[in-house]
Ligand binder design. Structure first.
Ligand code: UN1
Length: 499
């Protein structure tokens, strides 16, 4: 089943200069090796940057609507290969097949959206302060961008970053997470089949220390877009400052679903289970805190326990599976270390341990876990666990709710279940986050609105939607004076003075 994959540099698929390799394995079955990949280093990154630089003049000069036409073709090709890519994703990353299809669909959606931007890429035109003078701002491409992506959305997140970068006229060097390189390589193969010219997109697989750092340090790369751990993001920011790169960071979350006493509890239950245990809790937007009015705490915890007890763990390709594996054994250990902490901080309702029964012993599984009666400042309610673990936190008032929601270092996604329209609007105003939901869980952002968060979730940038165009283009303000004489801005104010 295992395949040998290579880096894409210019128009060639090549091994690492060192000849070294690493493998990726199926997290549901460690005996299944998905592929063997180049363990690349700075030399490979440098070759990729040179290829991206060489491709830049032609790609950036191609009219944007034409770049868009290529992206339309790419979108259609991704749609044709949706099932194949989704199956590969489940084998390599573990998420259940329905979710893998959603991941690929998100890439298709972004491809269509950004393809359409080829005919817009709107700039600004404004009236000038002076007579007989024209003023406008246009978008320009920046150059070679570096894209470093995580394993939890191995196709959607590369698409979020790459398609806006391409439509703006940039060329790219991508590094996938070491757990999911096959998804990236297959995705990029389809892009080249769709007609993205050689060198416009380059892929280098390998470790963060070897490949990631070389991308961040490379003087010819002007922009870095990264999704991953907060500590890594801070380190990237620091390193990238040396070469004055523009950096977009999409980092952690500790996302709350608030369930008010008037909420539709059945709806809230469905949404909590989906937001907390979908993707085995390995989403930046996962609901890892369930903030409930104390009057319904015990009722809701019991509803949740009963439902979670029915969830079936297993291989994501099996249609009976509700919850797939976590990404690897290191993740199992990290999650287990938090459930040890949690047992001392709160009531364990269900789960709490790695799942090793029968076939599950072949992979990296963790039982869906609920803690109840959790204090808002407990470690399990403050730190990102990135697994199928959620904490139910009781509150007594709306003021306390706002304090609890905002009382974490992250600010990605927040949600409120209520029938009270006034509270709904208050939550949008008062919850400090980049995504706000009402009567909907914390996951499920769409491709054409900005995605990102406040505080330690990032450094203020947003992905997808129009916001992504701002990140991947440079503004140029243009003034055309057709008065035929010297007009001094801010000095020749006679127009105003005459009044
Ligand atoms: C993530 O949470 O890591 O909003 C990305 C969602 C998806 C993307 C999530 N569209 O759940």
């Amino acid at each position: 089943m295992s395949t040998t994959y290579r880096n894409l540099i210019g128009d060639e698929w090549v091994a690492a200069a060192s000849g070294k390799t690493f493998t990726s394995v199926n997290p549901a079955n460690h005996d299944e090796i998905v592929g063997e990949f180049p363990a690349s280093g700075p030399q490979d990154v440098d070759a990729a940057v040179r290829a991206a630089k060489a491709a830049y003049p032609a790609w950036s000069m191609m009219p944007a609507p034409k770049r868009g036409e290529i992206l339309f073709r790419v979108a259609r090709l991704l749609a044709e290969h949706k099932e194949e890519l989704s199956t590969l994703m489940t084998r390599e990353m573990g998420k259940v097949i329905a979710e893998a299809r959603g991941d690929v669909q998100e890439a298709i959606d972004v491809a269509y959206y950004m393809a359409g931007e080829g005919r817009r890429l709107f700039g600004q035109t404004v009236p000038s302060e002076m007579p007989n003078k024209f003023a406008m701002a246009i978008r320009r491409p920046i150059g070679v961008v570096g894209i470093i992506t995580p394993w939890n959305f191995p196709v959607a997140i590369p698409a979020w970053k790459l398609f806006p970068a391409l439509i703006c006229g940039n060329t790219a060097v991508l590094k996938p997470a070491s757990d999911t390189p096959a998804c990236m390589v297959r995705f990029i193969e389809l892009l080249t089949e769709g007609g993205i010219p050689a060198g416009v997109v380059n892929v280098v697989t390998g470790s963060g220390a070897e490949v990631g750092n070389a991308i961040v340090d490379h003087p010819e790369i002007r922009v870095i877009s990264f999704t991953g751990h907060t500590e890594t993001g801070i380190e990237i920011s620091r390193r990238a400052a040396e070469t004055l790169k523009r950096v977009s960071l999409e980092l952690g979350g500790k996302n709350p679903i608030v369930i008010w006493e008037d909420a539709d509890l059945d709806l809230a239950l469905d949404s909590v289970v989906w937001s907390a245990f979908g993707t085995s809790g390995q989403r930046c937007t996962a609901a890892s805190r369930i903030v409930v009015h104390r009057s319904i705490h015990d009722t809701f915890v019991e509803m949740l326990r009963k439902r979670v007890a029915t969830l079936v763990l297993g291989d994501g390709l099996d249609p009976a599976t509700d919850v797939g594996p976590v990404i690897n054994e290191r993740a199992v250990e990290k999650i287990a270390s938090y459930t040890v902490i949690g047992r001392n901080e709160a009531d364990l309702v269900i789960g709490g341990d790695p799942a090793r029964d029968g076939d599950l012993a072949r992979g990296s599984f963790f039982s869906p876990t609920i803690f109840a009666d959790v204090r808002a400042n407990a470690r399990i309610a403050q730190e990102e666990i990135f697994g199928p673990v959620t904490s139910v936190i009781p509150v007594d008032s709306w003021e306390e709710t706002v304090e609890v929601v905002n009382g974490v270092k992250y600010g990605l996604s927040t949600s409120l279940f209520t029938r009270d329209v006034n509270l709904a609007f208050r939550s949008i105003r008062d919850f400090d986050s980049g995504l706000g939901y009402v009567n909907h869980g914390t996951i499920g952002a769409e491709a054409h609105l900005p995605f990102g968060g406040t505080k330690a979730t990032g450094n203020g940038h947003r992905e997808v939607g129009q916001a992504a165009l701002d990140f991947f283009s440079e503004w140029k303000s243009v003034y055309i004076d057709y008065s035929g004489k010297l007009q001094r801005a801010q000095i020749d104010t006679s127009f105003v003075d005459q009044e």
